[in-house]
Design a protein around this ligand. Structure first.
Ligand code: DHB
Length: 391
């Protein structure tokens, strides 16, 4: 098989890149080891930055986000039994949209298939070869279990945190800057109406809780927990008791819990994002802890840069944007790493925290909600810095 751009991974980053390239007449093949159904049903994050929404709608990837998604003009930070609204609209004139990632994926898959895009589900890449040549290759096993080879001008690794492509760029599966956290999130989906108009990020002595939403009848909530917690070990009543304690001062509307999972917290940035004609983007390039919802939005920002670089190369043969991809992407990646680390450490109680640490964190939260400068930084970062290079 031969194509201009071989994209490993049919997540939001891989599919969106393929869609944008198609609009410029640049063909690509997207492969993913998972099935279409698996990709479209995996529960992931739910918050899109304003720039992500603009890109999805203006590029024709999704108009449903504006219909079925919900604009949120702020969030609530809660601590010591009181809520404090961070008013994005008033502080920075921007907003975010609640629209689950699997809905973005459904829109992108439908769009690519509608445009006769070449998507291959159940195709597992095992190796990316010849990164520094003019014809890098992806080899692996197709849906029937037969070996395949895709030869391309460029290979893009959008294959998530366990990226196979990463080895071709950094020389190893693990080559990167890395940090782990001594806690995780226990996530649930429940059948209930929203308990509040906006998301609640609540720091409490029992640990952090995030009250998010999915629809008028389904809510998503998270509890800080031990990374080793078995999701089956807590009863519904224990979960609700913990959630209610952690949002002290307000009351959640309870309902049947129908899904449970544990999310690990890590920060990671690959040492290199580009080698020769092979690139990394999205979770293959970086992972952020979930607090602040930067993961998918950061992947979209990589797509914008890489799309511009590949388009420029197709139009003029220039490698200027290709050669600056890694450093331009890094700038936003490290700001997002900082923001995600900051939101995480400000809102979570570490297991070994001292009384000094606890009081200092409350001082930090007070500094954010009482200072317009502090709140404005949070609002800017949460709603997203401007996307370079678009349209
Ligand atoms: C959601 C996840 C996040 O990490 C976050 O900061 C906000 C919302 C969610 O899944 O809804």
């Amino acid at each position: 098989l031969r194509t201009r751009v071989a994209i490993v991974g049919a997540g939001p980053a891989g599919l969106l890149l393929s869609h944008l390239l198609h609009r410029d007449g640049i063909d690509s093949i997207v492969i993913d080891s998972r099935s279409r159904d698996e990709i479209e049903s995996t529960i992931r994050a739910g918050i899109l930055e304003q720039g992500t929404v603009e890109l999805l709608t203006e590029s024709g990837a999704s108009d449903r986000v504006l219909v079925d998604g919900h604009r949120h003009d702020g969030i609530e930070l809660r601590f010591e039994g009181e809520g404090h609204r961070i008013d994005f609209a008033e502080l920075v004139g921007r907003a975010v949209w609640l629209y689950p990632q699997h809905e973005v994926l459904k829109d992108l898959v439908a769009r690519r298939l509608g445009d006769r895009g070449d998507l291959r589900f159940g195709w597992t890449a095992t190796e990316v070869l010849d990164a520094e040549s003019d014809s890098p290759r992806v080899v692996g096993t197709d849906a029937a279990g037969e070996p395949f080879e895709i030869v391309a001008d460029f290979v893009v690794g959008a294959d998530g945190s366990r990226s196979v492509t990463r080895t071709a760029v950094t020389g190893s599966m693990t080559g990167g800057y890395f940090r782990e956290y001594p806690f995780a999130w226990f996530g649930i989906l429940c059948e209930a109406p929203p308990s509040a108009p906006e998301l609640i990020y609540s720091a409490s002595d029992e640990g952090f809780a995030l009250i998010s939403q999915r629809s008028a009848t389904v809510q998503r909530m998270y509890l800080q927990c031990d990374p080793e917690l078995d999701p089956a070990s807590m009863s519904d009543a224990e979960i609700w008791d913990q959630l209610q304690r952690r949002v002290r001062g307000t009351e959640l509307i309870e309902g049947p819990i129908f899904q449970r999972d544990v999310l690990r917290f890590r920060s990671f940035v690959a040492h290199e994002l580009h080698r020769g004609n092979v690139f990394l983007m999205g979770d293959a390039a970086h992972t952020v802890p979930p607090t602040g919802a930067k993961g998918m939005n950061l992947a979209v920002a990589d797509v914008v840069l890489l799309h511009a670089a590949l388009r420029e190369h197709a139009a003029s043969g220039s490698r200027t944007l290709i050669d600056s991809y890694a450093s331009t992407a890094s700038d936003r990646i490290w700001r997002a790493q900082h923001f995600s680390w900051w939101m995480t450490s400000m809102l979570h109680a570490a297991p070994d925290a001292t009384e000094f640490d606890r009081r200092r964190r409350l001082g930090e939260l007070e500094s954010v909600v009482r200072s317009r400068a502090g709140s404005t930084y949070l609002a800017e970062a949460y709603t997203g810095w401007p996307l370079a290079g678009w349209p």
